[in-house]
Design a protein around this ligand. Structure first.
Ligand code: SF4
Length: 325
């Protein structure tokens, strides 16, 4: 009896043993084995494939006998696949799902802590000196600190939308569609006794938003921390609060730790307390922003064209299958 080589991807562990054994099988995007080309095996080939069947410890490889069943309506297989495809969700991202606990917006350690060992004639002069350092190395550098905090947020909460690989948000959806198409292709082939043979790449789904949007859009989304409105939003909120001029941090500067016993001169000392205060204020400000809404808006700019491209691809595949009957 003639048959068709098939692999049950639910059972396949991706060990790769069969890939070494034959070139009829390849590795699919999900790392599992996949038959390269559906075709009816002759008796001799069936014998060879039987060795493959025995080789697979997971029992994932088998030979499906070709038995033309005239009771199977091929169109019904296509409608079944259409229904499955319609159930694949490409959800819009909601800001709620991107929310991070605000205490994780942590600015501590994002600034350089300054020590100034200068020799000053008065306490005020020592404070002036350390104040200049604080302004230059912390206060005026807060934009970089905000960027760095947003970068951490992006890496922790948004990364699956910025990667265009098999394991990303898009890769997982591509795989679902590919698996439905692959099943349709195999079912049509066996049910028609090998007559309906769809192209080898029928089940290949390799769509990613970076192929679909402009360079500008891609940058706005993937470089979220540096080009997005979120950074401005944090700083704006910070500047709107009550004590946020550089002078407000003067009282937290320390210049007397190294004062000489006779008080003839002072050393400017450290900015740590002032920086801790600045970090706390920035964290408070971030807590009042709409960072997640901005992130969701940006990400949806990728999801929208991705969804449209997928719908087009599914329509084309189903049309192709219908024409092949
Ligand atoms: S030998 Fe079996 S389990 Fe291993 S990759 Fe091949 S089909 Fe999958």
């Amino acid at each position: 009896m003639s048959g068709v080589l098939r692999i049950n991807s639910d059972k396949c562990s991706g060990c790769g043993a069969c890939l070494v054994y034959t070139n009829w099988i390849r590795e699919a995007n999900d790392g599992k084995a996949q038959v390269k080309e559906l075709r009816t095996l002759n008796a001799e080939e069936s014998k060879l494939v039987q060795e493959l069947v025995d080789l697979c410890l997971e029992g994932a490889i088998h030979i499906d006998p070709i038995v033309v069943d005239n009771r199977v309506d091929l169109s019904s297989l296509i409608y079944k696949a259409m229904n499955q495809l319609m159930n694949v969700q490409v959800p819009e991202v909601k800001a709620e799902s991107l929310k991070a606990p605000k205490e994780q917006f942590n600015y501590d350690g994002k600034f350089r802590t300054s020590f100034d060992y200068g020799k000053y004639k008065s306490y005020e002069k020592a404070i002036d000196a350390i104040f200049k350092l604080f302004k230059r190395e912390a206060y005026q550098e807060r934009d970089k600190a905000i960027m760095s905090v947003l970068q951490e947020y992006k890496e922790k909460y948004l990364s699956e939308y910025y990667l265009f690989t098999d394991n990303s948000f898009y890769g997982k959806i591509n795989r679902q569609i590919s698996s439905i198409l692959n099943q349709l292709k195999e079912e049509l082939y066996t049910a028609s006794g090998g007559r309906v043979s769809l192209p080898n790449d029928f089940a290949v789904v390799n769509i990613y938003p970076n192929q679909l949007v402009s360079k500008n859009t891609l940058e706005t989304v993937t470089l979220f921390e540096s080009v997005s409105r979120a950074r401005w939003d944090v700083d704006h909120e910070y500047r709107d609060s009550t004590y946020t001029s550089a002078d407000d941090y003067r009282t937290y500067l320390d210049a007397d730790d190294f004062e000489m016993p006779d008080r003839t001169w002072w050393r400017g000392r450290d900015t740590r307390e002032a920086i801790a205060e600045l970090a706390k204020d920035l964290q408070d400000a971030t807590g009042w922003t709409y960072v997640e809404d901005i992130a969701a808006q940006s990400i949806n700019e990728l999801i929208k064209p991705y969804r449209a491209a997928l719908e087009k691809l599914m329509y084309e595949k189903i049309t192709l299958a219908k024409r092949a009957l």
